[in-house]
Design a protein around this ligand. Structure first.
Ligand code: CP3
Length: 356
């Protein structure tokens, strides 16, 4: 496989914005930009579990490219899922259409820790390494690799599927702190191995999706999730210095200042927090990513346009803004709206745009 050139995308607006540098135009991509909102996705994906699709490198490359080709986004997000490493080591996870990850035998106690052995990416997820390699050698924009954050992956393993109140996770966190701690460390090791393999194969940046961490109080996030998250970013920075890293979660308004200490270079912000406030909470050294409400892309262009302009205005003119939605693209979104959002951000975004 061709070895990708490190630093090939150093001048790309997405990479520069992640580093807080001036850009020629505000970069934009969308979480979940691949997927059911695109007719070309529905046509190519075929039936069966998404985990089957993820194991086919040529298909993954195609699904990753589709939104870049259609929307002209400034980055591609690797087509995969946050449960791929745990599924690959045999924990017994599938992804049910319309539901999300489901676990046949959920994590219940100390006795389940042995089910989380280390990931050997070349052996356990060779299809990830291969697909990233194909993309890194052919994409014209940076590829973002990703992994699930430790709280979010733990929540699926413990609850056995999606959860509303996260009662079982919270019980384990508080009643079995030593088991919880070991679980966090193992999940961080899995994420780290996966992220490193994606970077080695040519991803230009990575995002850690700790999507559901916002369900926690700041104190509990700080004591029970942040230490492991910090280790992840610290170790990643050692093996892959200068690689832009993004930490994202939903409903994290009260956690943003803490998330800013995790060691990522960018903090992703959901739609609930105005970006000027998010910038204050995150501090001057980190870039922010976000945060158009995905639900406001479901209706008329007039509404989406006004809200896009509002996000741009709140982001201000200081460098270090990557435009995105505040969470993933909803499946019923009309792609034409997102196409126009990209155009508008490129035409009117001002954060860090070098004076010409
Ligand atoms: O463009 C992209 O972002 C594609 C790559 C991607 C997927 N999942 C593909 C996928 C990414 C980055 C993810 C991350 C992911 N997976 C997260 C974090 C992001 C977030 O939304 O907060 C989470 C929580 C998961 C777990 C998961 N996988 C859920 C909740 C679902 C949705 C279930 C459904 O069917 O509505 C999945 C399935 C999934 N992962 C789909 C896609 C495109 C659904 C479509 C399909 O089955 O073809």
């Amino acid at each position: 496989m061709d070895s990708p050139t490190p630093g090939r995308f150093d001048d790309a607006p997405f990479i520069r914005a992640c580093r807080g540098l001036e850009v020629a135009r505000v970069p934009v991509w969308f979480m979940r930009q691949a997927g059911r909102s695109l007719p070309e996705y529905r046509a190519a994906r075929g039936p069966g579990s998404i985990l089957d699709a993820i194991a086919q490198p040529e298909l993954v490359a195609e699904l990753t490219r589709q939104p870049v080709d259609r929307y002209g986004t400034d980055a591609a997000i690797f087509f995969s899922d946050i449960v791929v490493p745990v599924a690959a080591i045999g924990f017994g996870v599938d992804v049910a259409p319309g539901t999300g990850p489901v676990v046949a035998e959920p994590f219940r106690s100390k006795d389940d820790l042995h089910r989380l052995r280390p990931l050997e990416p070349e052996l356990d997820t060779p299809y990830v390494v291969e697909a990233v390699g194909i993309l890194a050698g052919s994409l014209s924009v940076p590829l973002i690799g990703f992994a699930g954050g430790p709280f979010t992956v733990a929540s699926y393993l413990i609850e056995g599927g999606p959860s509303k109140n996260f009662a079982r996770v919270k019980a384990l966190m508080h009643e079995e702190p030593a088991v919880w701690h070991e679980l966090m460390e193992r999940l961080v090791d899995l994420a780290l191995a996966s992220l490193r393999s994606q970077l080695d194969a040519g991803a230009a940046a990575v995002q850690l999706f700790d999507s559901w961490a916002g369900i926690l109080t700041p104190h509990h996030y700080e004591a029970l999730v942040l230490p492991a998250t910090r280790r992840l970013f610290a170790e990643l920075a050692q093996s892959h210095p200068d690689v832009p890293t993004i930490l994202f979660g939903v409903g994290t308004g009260e956690l943003l200042a803490l998330m800013a200490t995790a060691g990522s270079t960018v903090v992703g912000v959901d739609w609930r927090v105005p970006l000027d406030q998010a910038r204050r909470r995150v501090g001057p050294d980190l870039a922010v990513q976000g945060n158009l409400d995905p639900a406001l892309c479901l209706g008329s262009w007039e509404v989406a346009r006004a809200e896009t302009r509002e996000v741009l205005a709140l982001a201000g003119t200081r460098p270090g803004h990557i435009f995105n939605l505040g969470h993933g693209v909803l499946p019923e979104t009309d792609p034409a709206i997102l196409e126009q959002v990209v155009e508008l951000v490129h035409a009117e975004g001002r954060a860090g745009v070098a004076a010409s």
